[in-house]
Design a protein around this ligand. Structure first.
Ligand SMILES: N=C(N)NCCCC[C@H](N)C(=O)O
Ligand SMILES: O=C(O)CCC(=O)C(=O)O
Ligand SMILES: [Fe+2]
Length: 330
């Protein structure tokens, strides 16, 4: 359960990654240290930074820079890859188009999802079928983003091995039938800065993204280096900032991991408010279960939480489709 955390811990996952392909990794003392920190962070905040993750900082920066370049294009240009229900909710959405709890969010974004082969998941998968829409400008956009997705997918799988150990499971608990064919989501997001229209106006800060939880297992947030805008809610309801720490990812737990862990780990509420005058870019990568996985509390987690299951089983794809269809009203 979330505590009254006042800050978000930074975890060096280097020792976990060094051993993550060794079936005996759980017995390694370096791994055990990381696992302990993951367990504590997941219990207390549901949020942590990771460093020592092995993805070069130059790539983290390039991905944000290309995203910024795209959002600087004229509106007509951005509309060429407009997101619609027919595109499987893939593509560009203008500011105010994404809705959180009934309120339009002050961000624009490109949404991309793992591509589903038509008919692969029957009616369940239909709404998400479609091809990702990549801009022609800036050049190399698609190539860089696809490379980034594959790096994030591998990293997330390895962090999940540490989290599986933290829950007392086999390191491979979230592979195979559960997340061996992990569905992923990537959102390239831009949040306008605040402006005062005349000298005497007090700049009004808008909600960049309203309070929400993420939907899957684990999120990797690659945020701009110089603006503090992401806020995480602690147990008392205070909003705790997650300031940028260059070279790191901010990681957080999603709804499916909350269910698997029977609430040992929670999917923590968070929101984004850009109160700086500068435009803020963030690239969020979401690592989820297989699209059709039915998620329910793991036995070992039920034992650790008084025996009773606290959450009903949920099919991840249904959860996602329900969210997407209320985020975008077409
Ligand atoms: N795939 C994820 N997590 N996307 C995050 C978007 C959160 C805002 C969305 N309107 C909502 O209300 O969920
Ligand atoms: O902009 C951020 O820092 C986080 C965005 C976010 O929470 C999301 O897209 O789910
Ligand atoms: Fe989020």
């Amino acid at each position: 359960m979330a505590t009254d955390f006042k800050s978000i811990p930074i975890i060096d996952i280097g020792p976990l990654l060094a051993k993550c392909d060794d079936p005996k990794m759980g017995q390694d003392s370096g791994v055990a240290q990381v696992v302990k920190q993951l367990d504590q962070a997941c219990k207390e905040a549901g949020f942590f930074y990771v460093k020592g993750h092995g993805i070069p900082e130059t790539i983290l920066k390039q991905v944000k820079n290309l995203t910024r370049k795209f959002f600087e294009l004229p509106y007509e240009e951005k509309l060429k890859i407009k997101m619609t229900a027919d595109s499987g909710y893939r593509g560009y959405q203008r500011i105010g188009e994404n809705i959180t709890k009934g309120v339009p969010d002050m961000h624009e974004a490109i949404d991309c999802y793992k591509e589903l082969k038509p008919g692969m998941y029957g009616d369940l998968g239909k709404p998400m079928e479609g091809c990702n829409q990549w801009p022609i400008q800036p050049t190399n956009f698609k190539m860089l983003m696809e490379e980034y997705v594959s790096l994030c997918t591998e990293l997330s799988r390895n962090i999940m091995r540490g989290i599986a150990l933290a829950l007392g499971c086999s390191p491979y608990e979230f592979e195979g039938e559960r997340a061996g064919n992990a569905f992923w989501v990537m959102r390239l997001i831009g949040y306008p800065g605040v402006h005062s229209t005349n000298g005497s106006d007090i700049p009004k800060e808008d909600i960049g993204c309203g309070a929400h939880t993420d939907y899957g297992l684990l999120t990797l947030v690659n945020q701009d280096d110089d603006i503090t805008a992401l806020q995480v809610r602690n147990h008392s309801g205070e909003w705790i900032s997650a300031p940028p720490v260059p070279g790191t990812f901010v990681c957080n737990i999603g709804d499916m991991l909350k269910i698997y862990s029977n609430g040992l780990y929670e999917s923590t509420l968070h929101q984004v408010i850009n109160s700086s005058p500068k435009y803020r870019v963030c690239v969020a990568y979401f690592y989820e279960t297989n699209f059709d996985t039915a998620v329910e509390p793991l036995d070992i987690c039920k034992e650790r939480t008084s025996g009773a299951k606290k959450f009903e089983r949920a099919v991840y794809g249904e959860h996602l489709v329900k969210k997407v269809q209320t985020n975008f009203v077409y």
